[in-house]
Design a protein around this ligand. Structure first.
Ligand code: MLC
Ligand code: AMP
Length: 512
């Protein structure tokens, strides 16, 4: 019998292969303990074995998971990847209807849930075929090899994002997309194994998942996690003087500034000293526009000039101020390594020099597709370029974001929400005949979600009652923060609601 040809080596994900080189370094420090890369490799192999349940490969089955930031969250994410599945992170803050929507839309085959959050799933009507498992069972499974090889072109993750049409869409990224997003930032911001970052962002969006967690783990760095954002806890970790990196949305910097201002002088000195270079080497802001006032106040407090960058779920990060060299307040810098960016006019022609245009992005970091929405995917691209819907201008080589093409996209606290999606839910309230939701500029949150409502008959509605009702149905950051009950919404001659006039209702009367 002729000798058997040696088997081709199974492709191992670069993130996993790289972790082997850092086996004894600390990967995660969180409420559930401090863990090395070796422990992460072992635990994620256990998760993969559990999810596979005897199969050779999950073959891109979607695995939704609901776990607080911590070791088990990360071990589950890696375990899904190592088993050949698609990781669908669920938001710890979401009420049952939002969780159910994602689980059903993604057609998740398995839901992994942390026991502390099992209550959140109680109100979720899971399709009968869905199999649930706890993070503890999964992490505690004895790993057995071999795990499947996972080629880089395969689907890796689905993050849900709101758009101008319909309900949130699953943004599908491949392992190659994720690697491109990560390597671009690792190069631009010079991530290294002795970096130590504090994660305070939610783990159902790319800012937390890619820019903080995955960049850290790709680099052999230490990712320390807080279960949720709390300004005083963040300041005390900064004050300890151990961190080298910090990344957050502008609303978080605003809250940190307020907490610093509320602290006694001695504490303020400790807080500020903890941000001092060279140990703290980079503080980044993104996901929403950083006001020059916040940048300047942060510089006064911390001595750090925030690096502002621009990105999107579909593309990872596209534009960044430089790590070395001058950072221009009010600007988001230039294209990151491996990312092509252009500005185009309404007809899709390159914008004239100095003229505003829509940002379009191309490159290996750009997502594969919206899950099961081929029309929306096709509409999102023009000649191979992804259309972001954001408008910018280039001045002296740096991009400045001017706004968005659609009034129906709101950014609040760094979260993107769709006015239309909120309106659709509000219309199901028994007292609401018609409504219009707008984002109103706000110094603390960037924009606040505000709702103008035409009531049915002689009904009454208070903001508190609407909020209590909406919280059961919508993510907390989609719940309206101000309400105006009007006899008739402002409409044009065609009967279309005029959103700028709706927003004016809130500006003129203050918020409440
Ligand atoms: C909360 N509150 C709000 C609000 N969110 N009020 C107005 N607008 C909002 N958006 C109120 C609550 O009702 C509550 O009020 C109080 O604030 C505290 O609520 P909380 O839920 O405890 O808030 P907190 O945990 O402090 O949340 C704030 C935050 C959070 C800034 C930490 O919003 C956050 O984590 N944002 C980051 C989102 C993110 O990661 N985006 C990246 C997407 S990816 P009361 O009266 O009840 O006390 C992306 C691509 C890219 O954008 O480029 O990165
Ligand atoms: P998301 O769809 O949640 O990924 O959010 C992406 C959107 O956030 C972008 O399309 C922009 O509108 C916005 N965004 C991200 N970074 C910035 C920034 N630095 N300045 C202004 N807007 C930003």
């Amino acid at each position: 019998m002729p000798p058997r040809a040696p088997r081709a080596p199974r492709p191992e994900l670069p993130l996993v292969a790289r972790a082997r080189a850092h086996a004894d370094r600390t990967a995660i420090a969180a409420a559930d303990g401090t863990f090395t890369y070796r422990e992460l490799l072992d635990a994620s192999a256990g998760v993969a074995t559990c999810l596979l349940a005897g199969r050779a490969d999950l073959a891109e089955a979607r695995v939704a998971f609901l776990a607080p930031a911590g070791f088990r969250h990360v071990a589950t994410q890696w375990g899904i990847w190592r088993a050949g599945g698609v990781a669908v992170p669920l938001a710890v803050s979401h009420p049952p209807p939002e969780l159910e929507y994602v689980i059903r839309d993604a057609e998740a085959e398995i839901v992994v849930v942390h026991p502390d959050l099992a209550g959140s799933l109680e109100g979720v009507r899971l399709p009968p075929a869905v199999h649930t498992v706890t993070t503890h069972e999964a992490v505690g499974t004895t790993p057995h090899s071999p795990l499947p090889g996972v080629a880089e072109g395969r689907r890796a993750m689905m993050v849900y994002t709101s758009g101008t049409t319909g309900r949130p869409k699953g943004v599908v990224t491949t392992h190659a997309n994720l690697a491109a997003q990560v390597t671009s930032l690792v190069a631009a911001w010079e991530w290294r194994a002795d970096d130590h970052i504090l994660l305070v962002l939610p783990l159902h969006h790319v800012h937390g998942i890619v820019n903080v967690l995955t960049c850290a783990l790709w680099s052999g760095a230490r990712c320390e996690m807080l279960p949720h954002f709390d300004a005083v806890s963040v300041w005390s970790r900064l004050a300890a003087g151990e961190l080298t990196l910090f990344m957050a949305v502008p609303a978080i910097y605003t809250k940190l500034i307020a907490a610093w201002e509320a602290a006694p002088p001695e504490r303020r000195r400790e807080y500020s000293a903890g941000c001092a270079p060279p140990r703290m080497r980079l503080m980044v802001s993104g996901s929403a526009a950083l006001s020059v006032g916040t940048l300047e106040r942060w510089r006064d407090i911390s001595g750090q000039v925030l690096l502002e960058r621009y990105g999107m779920t579909e593309i990872g990060m596209a534009l960044s101020n430089p790590l070395r060299g001058a950072r221009r307040p009010g600007f988001v810098g230039a294209p990151l390594p491996g990312v092509e960016v252009r500005l185009v006019d309404d007809a899709g022609r390159l914008a004239a020099a100095g003229a505003p245009g829509e940002i379009e992005v191309r490159g290996p970091a750009v997502f594969l597709e919206y899950w099961r929405q081929s029309d929306a995917t096709a509409a999102a691209f023009r000649d191979g370029w992804f259309r972001t819907g954001d408008v910018a201008v280039i001045e002296n080589g740096a991009y400045r974001i001017l706004g968005r093409r659609s009034v129906d996209i709101i950014k609040t606290g760094g979260y993107k929400v769709s006015a239309l999606e909120i309106e659709e839910v509000l219309r199901t309230h028994p007292a609401v005949l018609e409504c219009a939701v707008v984002g109103v500029d706000d110094a603390e949150w960037g924009e606040r979600v505000c709702a103008a409502v035409e009531l049915r008959g002689s009904g009454e509605l208070t903001l508190a009652a609407l909020q209590a009702w909406a919280k059961q149905r919508l993510a907390p950051y989609k719940v309206p923060r101000a309400l105006r009950c009007v006899r008739a919404l402002p409409r044009n001659a065609m009967g279309k609601v005029m959103k700028p006039d709706v927003a004016a209702l809130f500006r003129s009367a203050g918020s409440a």
